[in-house]
Design a protein around this ligand. Structure first.
Ligand SMILES: [Zn+2]
Length: 100
């Protein structure tokens, strides 16, 4: 993975270091887990290749990766999920109390 950047002569430009937009941390090729709401349904897609910030874990997807995921999200219901997760849900009242 990782970006292969070339200048106009076709030489590899390896001195470009991507930085995190949020904290300025260094990005390194890695994997992330995406949570995507589709209406009332929450989908989890694991092991998505991404550039991951070494400081805050923010993940940045390459354009072709997010394109392929967009395509998948159009037809995800045609695919059998590898498993179902049980996710605990709380209301804000439970989390913060109902004092107003
Ligand atoms: Zn960061």
């Amino acid at each position: 993975m990782g970006k292969q950047l070339h200048n106009q002569k076709g030489e590899k430009m390896s001195n470009i270091v991507d930085r995190c937009d949020l904290c300025g941390g260094e990005l390194k090729p890695g994997k992330t887990t995406l949570e995507v709401w589709r209406g009332e349904e929450l989908l989890v897609i694991r092991d998505v290749p991404a550039d991951v910030c070494q400081q805050c874990n923010e993940a940045y997807l390459a354009a072709d990766v997010s394109e392929r995921l967009d395509h998948f999200l159009d037809e995800y219901h045609c695919h059998q999920p590898e498993r179902y997760l049980a996710v605990p849900q709380y209301s804000a009242v439970q989390a913060m109390g109902d004092k107003s």
